[in-house]
Design a protein around this ligand. Structure first.
Ligand code: ADP
Ligand code: MG
Ligand code: MG
Length: 902
């Protein structure tokens, strides 16, 4: 029989943190805190499976669930000495959603449940504070009407604003008991008018209404969107926590707040947070009043006059510090907590591992190693590889004079430039057109998520470091400035009023999310230094890592950048780009258009010194590290003009008839160039091309070895091999040239000849091909194309539809298809090694920089991955994590992006 309800309270709990799949994150951690003896209001958790049952039952709460909840509430009553619905000492409850993973702002919560026209009187009497009771009641009515009755908040806010204006009050805290009582009557009238029903007075009715609504919020449009964006399965459902209320709105010795145990932006080891006196629930993050800093240090650095909690409530502050330290040690990670102070007593309402910027994650991981809390391997596992992107992104050049037009809080680090837009929709539209924009909002809400994703940066004029915009932007790694109060956003006229300037939609600004500044126009940026904490983490990663990380680089400049990111070789140098530059394209065309071998050789002789220079540059930069060079791969017509105008122009330059050139171009036209006359097929048709390239490579190896003193061992890679005989033919040409160059230079050159495995036939016949090939490099772009029979250039017409309709989960060109393409790779690796057990195996497709694909490469024992220069640090970290964490089973089951097996 399912246990539907887990209780916690009074230092005991039926669940623990490890039960988060059953209890949801919030419930599991409430139980854990309670069991640790921390001050947690007693409560119960309805398991997340009850959410599924609720839907299966046609949105009805099962009787058995209700019975267990009633029994749980009786236990809360016993602990608190109060009774739910009592007209002398009423117990009030919060009904809180809490899924397995946190979905900030997506799900609903109802506070102060149990209040009605009678219990409100009792609550006031009992507390000796009628204002507090009526304040709680008006909050309850508004929340309940919004969450359960679907009335929204706007009409309530309007009534409140009207009344405050009439009474001459600025802040909610200034309203008296009778003024709140009057507002309550207006609220109830509003509900009656709008819904033709009374606000429910029966606490039981309220309870099941709230429980049903929280379950229902799991399927709300915004929750569905959020899950889709974050790959969260619908079947998880949400748990529900029902908990005794504690009151932050019980006068000036009461407060509510949120805190991070360390600074989520910088990682600095200092309590960091905000609170509001005489307030409740989400007042802090909703921006109703400007929240106050928890610590003195925080108050001073934010330049606030308002006293800190440290000053105002020293005892509760000390208790909070003590608990934060205890939680960090217990969870071995930085925590994000929610708390309430009721008449001086601190209550813990939530804890979870805190979201943080990548820079903060680095610092915290390194600090925790130094503090002896975690090991170096654990530190490596704590950094999400793809999040390194944030650090590898440019920041504003410190030498430029900044034209600051506004400033706010540095909510999410990094700098971004873009045209200003005022709505999420515009941001989404801009992204689809390839335009870079900065999204401007007074404050953001969950409805803006799509636009936030699409923007380069986010700027709000309201809200603090824990506001929605700040939390979400940090999670997404998007630069963000919040609470830029010196600026004004005029949404209606699409204008941004800054210091001394008025900008309109489309104007360019730069935001600096690390400094909290808004700058006019585009600003010069610089690349970040990869030292400090970053360097230490990468050092630990490199020690744990088994696979080598190489880069895909075609030029000495790329190679140099990649080396600074830690590349240990070149896994793929594409030679074709070398033929497009300046003068060379003419010589290349001369070669392609030559009518016979003799003509081709004349042109190739002109290309030879240019290629030699390219390779010498590359070998010199790589200083003896391995360099894999791929022979010419694309079909020749890619080098020829296409339109009539281009044909005419090229014909003129080459001194030939346009009609003759057109004929040649047409003759080279292919119906399916991806599967056409390319790769080793070119080398077999025109061996003189291979001979030229091989000569350039070997002569360059000689030259570079002389210059650097480090021997170069070129790895020559033959593309698109499907038959062993193809490789035999090309390899014979290469060996011949190698012999000749060694003779001429009077020195021995070590070199390898290998092949790309990018055709299913090559993968299946790998044991035979390995008799000739000294290494394999998996060209996963073409292997994905040829395995699926999908042309990558045409895939965009239907892959998004496939994803939307659930036919495939991921674009196989972005994340390797483990089941199909992956199996071919495993087969080829295994068969290749059967023939040649020391065979070097690597991957050089786009997937070489994708963390999930890298984990896969580790599990099948590849020797290296190769990726674009900027992804090298990501690959180094991912390769290390794969060793520390991964078996193939983990790869298949664990990460969210590897779920479906089709
Ligand atoms: P969310 O997941 O949106 O943060 P929560 O369930 O944490 O929603 O509730 C939001 C806020 O409501 C909490 O941070 C806290 O301030 C307040 N709250 C929740 N439960 C209680 C309670 N039992 N007593 C007092 N305040 C509560
Ligand atoms: Mg909330
Ligand atoms: Mg919360």
């Amino acid at each position: 029989m399912t246990k539907w309800v887990y209780r916690f309270g009074d230092g005991q709990a039926e669940g623990r943190a490890r039960d988060h799949e059953v209890l949801g994150g919030k419930g599991a951690n409430l139980a854990e805190m309670c069991a640790l003896g921390l001050p947690v209001p007693p409560g119960l958790t309805i398991v997340s499976d009850a959410c599924n049952t609720y839907y299966k039952n046609g949105r009805h709460i099962e009787d058995q669930v209700k019975a267990e909840v009633r029994a749980g509430i009786a236990a809360i009553e016993a602990i608190t000495g109060r009774r739910f619905g009592s007209v002398s000492q009423p117990l009030l409850l919060s009904v809180r959603s809490g899924a397995r993973v946190s979905m900030p702002g997506m799900m609903d919560t109802v506070l102060n449940l149990g209040l009605n026209d009678e219990t409100v009187q009792a609550l006031g009497h009992d507390a000796g504070d009628a204002r507090f009771a009526w304040d709680s009641y008006r909050r309850f009515i508004q929340m309940y009407a919004d969450v359960v009755m679907g009335l929204g908040n706007d009409a309530f806010e309007e009534i409140l604003e009207d009344e405050k204006a009439k009474l001459g009050h600025e802040f909610d805290t200034e309203l008296s008991a009778s003024e709140w009582q009057h507002i309550v009557s207006l609220y109830k009238k509003l509900i009656e008018e709008e819904l033709e029903q009374e606000f429910p007075q029966d606490p039981e009715v309220q309870l099941w209404g709230a429980v049903g609504a929280v379950f229902a919020s799991w399927m709300s449009a915004r929750a569905v969107t959020y899950r889709h964006l974050h790959n969260i399965p619908e079947g998880w459902g949400t748990a529900i926590n029902i908990q005794a209320m504690v009151f932050g709105n019980l006068g000036n010795a009461s407060a509510t707040g949120v805190a991070f145990t360390r600074n989520p932006s910088t990682g600095e080891r200092a309590l960091y947070g905000e609170f509001l006196v005489n307030a409740q629930g989400e007042d802090v993050v909703a921006g109703i009043r400007t929240p106050q800093s928890i610590t003195e240090e925080g108050r001073i650095s934010s330049g606030s006059e308002k006293p800190s909690m440290e000053k105002l409530m020293p005892e509760a502050f000390r208790e909070l510090c003590r608990i934060c330290t205890e939680l960090e040690i217990h969870y071995r990670d930085m925590q994000d907590i929610e708390f309430t102070i009721e008449r001086g007593k601190l209550w813990m309402l939530q804890t979870r591992s805190a979201k943080r910027s990548t820079r903060a994650a680095m610092k915290i991981a390194v600090d925790m190693v130094d503090e002896g809390v975690i090991t170096e391997d654990e530190a490596v596992l704590r950094i999400e590889p793809s999040s390194l992107d944030q650090l590898l992104h440019p920041t504003i050049d410190p030498r430029v004079t900044r034209q600051v037009i506004g400033s706010g809080l540095p909510a999410s680090p990094g700098a971004a430039t873009g045209a200003i837009v005022f709505t999420a929709e515009e941001a989404v539209e801009a992204e689809s057109e390839g335009r870079k924009v900065i999204l401007l909002r007074v404050e953001t809400s969950p409805e803006d998520i799509h636009g936030m994703h699409a923007a380069e940066g986010i700027l709000t004029t309201r809200g603090g470091m824990t506001s929605h915009a700040a939390v979400v932007a940090r999670g997404m790694g998007i630069p963000c400035v919040v609470g830029a109060g010196t600026m004004r956003i005029d949404v209606r006229n699409e204008r941004l009023l800054g210091v001394g300037v008025t900008l309109k939609k489309g104007d360019i600004i730069t935001i600096d999310g690390s400094a909290g500044q808004v700058l006019k126009g585009e600003v010069p940026m610089i690349q970040p230094a990869l030292s400090g904490d970053f360097g230490r983490i990468m050092g630990w990663a490199d020690r744990a890592r088994r696979m080598t990380v190489r880069t895909n680089a075609d030029t000495p400049a790329d190679a140099l950048a990649a080396r600074s990111f830690g590349a240990e070789g070149i896994g793929l140098c594409r030679t074709e780009h070398m033929f497009f530059e300046g003068e060379r394209i003419h010589v290349m065309r001369e070669m392609i258009l030559a009518v016979d071998e003799k003509g081709r050789r004349v042109a190739l002789d002109k290309l030879l010194p240019m290629q030699r220079l390219d390779f010498t540059g590359l070998f010199t930069v790589m200083h003896g590290l391995p360099v894999t060079i791929r022979l010419l791969d694309p079909p020749l017509h890619e080098f020829l003009p296409k339109t009539d105008d281009e044909v005419a122009e090229v014909a003129f330059a080459m001194g030939m008839e346009a009609s003759v050139l057109r004929q040649r171009v047409d003759a080279l036209h292919e119906f399916n160039p991806m599967l056409g006359h390319r790769g080793c097929r070119l080398a077999i048709s025109y061996p003189e091309i291979v001979e030229m390239q091989a000569r350039a490579i070997f002569e360059a190896a000689v030259a570079a070895a002389k210059e650097t003193g480090a021997a170069v061992v070129p790895e020559i890679m033959v593309p698109l091999v499907g038959l062993r005989t193809e490789l035999d033919y090309v390899k014979a040409r290469i060996d011949e040239v190698a012999g000749a160059v060694m003779n001429e230079a009077g020195m021995k050159i070590d070199y390898l000849v290998g092949t790309m495995i990018e055709l299913p036939r090559a993968a299946l016949r790998a044991h035979v091909i390995a008799e000739a090939a000294e290494f394999f490099s998996f060209g996963t772009n073409d292997l994905t194309q040829t395995t699926f029979g999908i042309s990558r250039d045409d895939a965009s017409a239907f892959i998004p539809t496939y994803q939307r309709k659930g036919i495939i989960e991921h674009d196989p060109f972005i994340s390797l298809d483990f089941d199909g393409v992956g199996e071919l790779i495993s087969i080829a690796a295994e068969r290749g090694r059967r023939t040649r057990n020391d065979m070097k195996l690597g991957i050089c497709g786009e997937h070489g920089g994708d963390p999930a694909s890298i984990r896969f490469c580790e599990t099948i024992g590849l020797d290296y991955v190769s990726c674009s220069p900027f992804r090298v640090p990501i690959a180094r970290l991912a390769a290390a994590q794969a060793v520390i964490a991964g078996s193939l089973e983990d790869v298949r089951r664990g990460p969210k992006d590897l779920r479906a097996s089709v």
